[in-house]
Write a protein that binds this ligand. Structure first.
Ligand code: SF4
Length: 934
């Protein structure tokens, strides 16, 4: 008899996937202690058993030949890839010998930046206790516009902050979404929506992935999403399809704006003595605090406050967006979308939001004490990601999208967009940034935060930036995630000051994570007049032999995700769903077969060796044995630790004493913990008294935090006021106009900054990258299975440009930007904006990295667009260099790139080609074979 279902394993261990950032639950099948098979965990709240190609390929990630094996010390010149293996003791002693002196004298001389790791509440705590202001993760070059735009407007954003109400939404509109982000959850949601006959509208210059299954595709011109969105707002306002009741109750639309030109408070919101925004009560006709019991805010009120006139935010909004500047006919050409299409999309949004509105029979009480018998729903939801945010106008575009959601009344209502705990969380519930350093002392508070105005900027007493990346300076005041992409060039330039040690984790800064890749390699290897490296010391931790390894002096080899402890914490970016708070762990389901250590455990060790407060006991002994010990025993506030589940006696959620058996309980439970939100608290969370109480009990807040959505951003107006000359903290004159124009408190659209410098006639084509569904960032580069899906990346060219250049399949093109040129293979793609070319992100590799063969297609036919992009804009002729980023948040403007394209003779390999780097792990075998016998 044939055995059709042979046992594939003798043990199953449940943990959390890390082949992308979605954090699905996985069941790892082991045979004789080796990974035999990975499947989805059907009980897991994120993926409910669904596993994607990346997740299944995890087995090739933990067996990859490119894994680093032992600590390394550079033995050749920086950039050569020449290393000698050393012991962990030697490596840690070396690190301490570099870090200890700078902590004792000038902690800011350490710049510690991490990539897409999932332990930022821990790494930031470490950096804070070290005392350096120079810490951030990779958000500044990823999607800070999306995150910050959301938090400043609605108290949360997309993806890890919230999700559509997939069970009820009928129209789903997505903007600029790459398929590797929000991977399984969005695929599952799209499946549900399609099964119910719901409709998907995709807005993206490129019709791949999710856009390929959209019912309607809007092939927009890159950088014009904000204009398109505000035109939708224009049409909805003109046709009266806005939710006035929602605007009056839950947003700052009825709040009064002071109209007192020339004064210090012009354009700020009128407040009472307690600092609460005032509205006019429709019942009494008098001013009242926005949250007063029984108040009925009037959207159209005008008010004379002791001779100073005030009008509501709503009136300012209507005046702005009813203007013909946002009429479909006005914007159509710039957006590459016909006026008829814009009107049709607006009509569809209005039809579903208002004609298909419904109610859930669920009483609830709002923050003004009013009880509602039902929860009204509007089944329209949105999702957006990096495509709209990685532009120099991205922050305002993201705010515009949230205003569109708000006008339709679709945030936190049934059928709409729903927050995931710990969101919603208003700006006021976030810290402000801290930057005060003292030798041998911790920093004065958390590094990152949300500024409320110029007084919160991270500036030194002389007004210069306190941080090496110049985050929270006048160049980019709201840089909530820092600016990792500026660290190397600023450190190289000694602007605003020189550093001693650059400490990076999981960030491929000498290759695909940097603009101006060649320039960054030069900065990392540049020497001063004494023959010393300009950036004196570089420590790097990675699990794999990436391009960045060659540019470090000391390598601390990390484990793979199946060999480590991790904590996906409510203090950070947890795995919550809209109906539940949830967090998760990873644990070593297999033991490393190399001399490597989990990076977080290494930081715990370094913290103890350096005597950092929080990492040592009073007698100076190490406080934690390793990261697992920290996860269980660290308390951020009394009773609040990295993990919310199984606290105290094992039954307490959120708050509770340390439970020494906590990790065991997580493992028994499939490596996650979930706490469901009561039904009366499930929607209207920012204003729902039951939700606020539940959140306080769980430890998400220490007191209720109801708030209004901020269509009008007062923090932005405070910066604008400063640029107009008000207040003690003034921007430098060279930045005054930029701040005045960019910080409009109502969302506005302006062309990408580079458009005014790079002549559109010389560079008429937009150039983008997309992230492939099968590879998250470049993590799949060494994965034998995933490389078979994406081993090379042609430049996809739309029909018009294809025909104009007479391209044929197999041809190559020269692509030129104001910064550089590349010569690469092309391929034809019809479903593409006619002025846009694109390629897959980060497939191209440097020879010698990732244990790939010298003639691997990634190194010979693959390529990066990064060579065409500079971290600075081309000179404007004013003698200054301007950052290629959003002037509000500093988000890297990857997608502002403009190029020209022409036919080229095929070179032997993609250009530019760099010299091979020596590999500390050698080259992988031609065949990776592992057989698990049943
Ligand atoms: S979506 Fe991401 S986390 Fe989920 S299985 Fe795929 S790779 Fe893993």
């Amino acid at each position: 008899m044939v055995e059709t279902s042979p046992a594939v394993s003798d043990e199953i261990r449940k943990t959390t996937c890390y082949m992308c950032a979605c954090r699905c639950g996985i069941s790892v099948h082991l045979k004789d202690g080796k990974v035999a098979y990975i499947e989805g965990n059907r009980d897991h709240p994120v993926n409910k058993g669904v596993l994607c190609a990346k997740g299944a390929s995890g087995i090739m990630q933990v067996t990859a030949p490119s894994r680093l094996r032992k600590p390394l010390r550079r033995s050749g010149p920086r950039g050569s890839g020449e290393f000698e293996e050393i012991s962990w003791e030697e490596a840690l002693k070396t690190a301490v010998s570099w870090l200890e002196p700078i902590r004792k004298t000038a902690p800011e001389k350490l710049a510690f930046f991490t990539g897409r790791d999932q332990s930022q509440s821990f790494t930031s705590f470490w950096a804070q206790t070290f005392g350096t202001p120079n810490y951030a993760a990779h958000g500044g070059f990823c999607s800070v516009n999306m995150a910050a735009g959301g938090i400043y407007t609605i108290g949360g954003a997309f993806w890890e902050f919230g999700q559509p109400d997939w069970d009820r939404t009928k129209l789903f509109m997505l903007f600029g979404v790459a398929e590797d982000h929000d991977s399984n959850p969005i695929k599952m949601g799209l499946g549900k929506l399609k099964a119910r006959g719901g409709k998907v509208i995709g807005v993206n210059p490129v019709r791949s992935g999710y856009n390929a299954i959209a019912d309607e595709w809007v092939g927009i011109t890159p950088g014009t999403d904000g204009l398109f969105i505000l035109s939708l707002c224009h049409v909805l306002l003109r046709t009266g399809h806005i939710d006035l009741d929602y605007l009056a109750r839950f947003t700052n639309a009825p709040c009064l704006v002071i109209d007192n030109p020339g004064s210090d408070d012009h354009g700020l919101l009128l407040k009472d003595a307690d600092g609460k925004s005032l509205v006019i009560d429709r019942v009494t006709g008098k001013p009242a605090p926005f949250d007063q019991k029984g108040v009925r805010p009037d959207l159209g009120a005008e008010y004379d406050a002791d001779g100073v006139s005030c009008r509501t935010v709503f009136q300012h909004l209507a005046e702005r967006y009813l203007d013909d500047a946002y009429a479909p006919e006005t914007v159509a050409e710039a957006c590459g979308v016909t006026a008829g299409k814009i009107r049709a999309v607006a009509a569809e949004l209005a039809r579903v939001a208002f004609e298909e509105a419904f109610e859930i029979e669920q009483p609830w009480t709002d923050f003004r004490g009013e009880t509602h018998q039902t929860m009204p729903g509007r089944p329209v939801s949105f999702h957006a990601m990096r495509g709209v945010s990685a532009h120099s106008n991205g922050f305002q575009t993201c705010r515009s999208l949230h205003v569109l959601q708000i006008l339709l009344g679709t945030v936190e209502v049934p059928g709409g967009f729903r927050f995931k705990p710990p969101y919603p969380k208003p700006v006021t519930a976030h810290p402000t940034p801290h930057c005060k350093t003292q030798p041998d002392c911790p920093l004065d508070g958390p590094h990152l935060g949300f500024v409320r105005g110029p007084n919160d900027l991270a500036l030194k007493d002389d007004g210069t930036p306190a941080r090496i990346d110049k985050a929270f300076s006048w160049e980019n005041p709201m840089s909530a995630h820092g600016l990792m992409h500026m660290v190397i060039s600023n450190a190289h330039a000694g602007d605003p000051y020189k550093i001693d040690t650059l400490f990076l984790y999981m960030a491929n800064m000498s290759w695909n994570s940097s603009m101006n890749t060649r320039g960054v390699m030069e900065m990392l290897t540049d020497k001063d007049e004494n023959g010393d490296y300009v950036i004196p010391k570089i420590i790097y931790s990675d699990a794999y032999s990436s391009e960045m390894v060659a540019y470090a002096d000391l390598i601390l080899p990390d484990t793979t995700y199946l060999e480590r402890h991790d904590c996906i914490s409510l203090l950070d970016r947890p795995i919550c769903e809209a109906d539940a708070a949830a967090d998760a762990i990873r644990w070593p389901v297999i033991e490393p077969d190399r001399d490597v250590r989990g990076f977080q455990s290494v930081l715990v060790d370094l913290g103890a060796r350096l005597g950092l407060p929080g990492f040592v006991n009073e007698d100076g002994s190490a406080k934690y044995a390793d990261y697992a010990d920290y996860i269980v025993n660290h308390e951020r506030r009394p009773g609040i630790g990295p993990l919310a589940g199984f606290r105290g006696n094992g039954e307490q959620a959120g708050r509770g004493e340390v439970n020494p058996a906590q990790l065991d309980r997580y493992i028994e439970n499939g490596s996650f913990f979930v706490e469901h939100i009561p039904e009366e608290a499930a929607f209207y969370k920012p204003w729902n008294a039951a939700y606020q109480e539940w959140a306080v009990n769980l430890g998400l807040f220490d007191s209720p935090q109801p708030y209004l959505f901020e269509i009008y951003s007062e923090p932005m107006r405070r910066f604008q006021l400063a640029a107009e000359g008000h207040g003690d903290r003034q921007p430098p004159d060279r930045l005054r106009d930029q701040v005045r124009q960019a910080f409009d408190p109502l969302p506005v659209w302006y062309p990408p900054l580079s458009d005014s410098i790079a002549d559109p006639n010389t560079y008429p084509v937009h150039a983008l990258t997309q992230r492939p569904m099968a590879m998250y960032h470049s993590w799949g580069s060494q994965n034998a299975w995933l490389r078979q899906i994406h081993g090379r990346n042609p430049l996809y060219v739309p029909t018009r440009i294809w025909e104009e250049n007479g391209f044929s399949e197999g041809d190559w093109a020269k692509v030129t930007s104001p910064h550089g040129e590349i010569v690469v293979p092309v391929a034809h793609m019809a479903a593409l904006n006619e002025n846009t070319v694109w390629t897959w992100n980060a497939i191209g590799k440097r020879k010698g990295a990732w244990a790939l063969d010298g003639d691997a297609p990634e190194a010979t036919k693959g390529f990066l667009l990064n060579h065409l992009i500079h971290e600075l804009l081309p000179p404007k002729g004013d003698g200054l260099r301007w950052s290629n980023s959003d002037p509000i948040t500093g988000q890297a403007a990857w997608f502002d790139l403009r190029v020209r394209i022409e036919h080229a003779e095929p070179p032997p390999e993609s250009q530019p080609a760099f010299d091979p780097i020596k590999s500390p792990v050698g080259t992988g075998p031609n065949t990776v074979r592992q057989q698990v016998r049943s």
